[in-house]
Design a protein around this ligand. Sequence first.
Ligand code: IDP
Ligand code: MG
Length: 149
Amino acid sequence: MERTLIIVKPDAVQRGLTGEIIKRFEARGLKIIGMKLLQVNRELAEKHYAVHRERPFFAGLVEYIISAPVVVLALEGTDAIAAARATIGATKPAEAAPGSIRGDYGLEIGRNLVHGSDSVENGVIEVANFFTEADLCGWSRDVDRWVFE
Ligand code: IDP
Ligand code: MG
């Protein structure tokens, strides 16, 4: 089972799309093992996006992510990383496929609604950046045998 960190970014929360976005991951079969609303502080934002530190958009990206509350989720499932990223869509919303979150709700790269981890290793690291093990709930879902073979 892979783990991925999903962030419903400030623009999505402000636009009232939180439920719509969570619904898509949940309906896909990904299991929510952690979820909270928080306003990210600068230190955590810079840590989360450390890989982009040298990029010209880094300062604006940090300002965006700390500007208002986000909802973070830890999701678990078979191929959770690839499945979640496909559900999210391409980084540039204008290029994201219709049916994906960014393809249905976004226009600009700087307001692309949602984050999803990009590798198994980063999924583990990013979940740990936002959740303690005690925050996570390793529950047994009754429908799991109808989702996981
Ligand atoms: P991803 O979110 O699809 O994984 P990344 O390349 O990891 O995309 O970039 C992280 C985030 O940084 C993007 O989701 C977007 O919010 C922001 N970003 C990336 N490139 C640009 C850009 O050229 N201008 C403004 N923001 C950008
Ligand atoms: Mg990324």
